[in-house]
Ligand binder design. Structure first.
Ligand code: ADP
Ligand code: MG
Length: 186
């Protein structure tokens, strides 16, 4: 019988590492595996799903959730999808259809936005999954468990390296940091 497994958490929580671990185990077991990334995932780049620590696995890249269905071949037993937040709400129906059809579907993605809100479609996938693994990162300020991440933007102090957390949407040089509950506001 098929099943849906969700790997959720903030950035740097090890979601991709866990996805790659499950893919490797399935490959050891000689299962037919399809790994899917999104064309918008510019960090991994096309043709691979990559973790911040350098673990990677070859993947197919698509622009829409519906395109995943056409990539499933005879013999595909496990479908692994990384960066679920890029796929939008359609991923819920696609993942459900694949699991209903008997496949193991592993979906990893952000469960929380950089301003601390539920992030779809992971929140909805959690509702219909057999298994949910919620991971935390390490707070960049204090080292405690981090269930959040913040977007840092360069602030105009004259110091190019000056970064401050923000919940705004102003463009510019930016990066992200994992933060615990206490430090997610600064
Ligand atoms: P995710 O897919 O959840 O963003 P990855 O699997 O890509 O996470 O990366 C996890 C790895 O990132 C960790 O094993 C560690 O090497 C590295 N890393 C860098 N910063 C942090 C952090 N603040 N907390 C935890 N891991 C971090
Ligand atoms: Mg990742």
């Amino acid at each position: 019988m098929g099943r849906l497994e969700v790997i959720a958490g903030p950035m740097f929580a090890g979601k991709t590492e866990e996805l790659v671990r499950r893919v490797h185990r399935a490959q050891v077991a000689r299962r037919g595996v399809l790994v899917v990334g999104h064309e918008l995932d510019t960090r991994s780049g096309p043709g691979r799903v990559a973790s911040h620590s350098g673990l990677e696995v070859p993947s197919r890249s698509v622009g829409e959730a519906g395109q995943i269905l056409a990539l499933v071949a005879d013999g595909t037993e496990l479908v692994a999808v990384d960066e679920a937040q890029f796929f939008g709400p359609d991923l819920v129906d696609v993942a459900t259809a694949l699991a209903d059809a008997g496949l193991v579907v592993v979906v990893a993605g952000l469960s929380v936005t950089f301003d601390g809100r539920a992030f779809q479609p992971v929140a909805d996938l959690v509702a219909v999954a057999e298994s949910v693994t919620k991971l935390t990162a390490v707070c960049a300020v204090c080292g405690r468990d981090a269930a959040f991440h913040v977007r840092l933007e360069a602030v105009p102090t004259g110091d190019d390296d000056a970064l401050a957390p923000t919940s705004g949407h102003v463009g510019g040089a930016e990066s992200y940091e994992a933060r615990c509950r206490r430090h997610r506001h600064g």
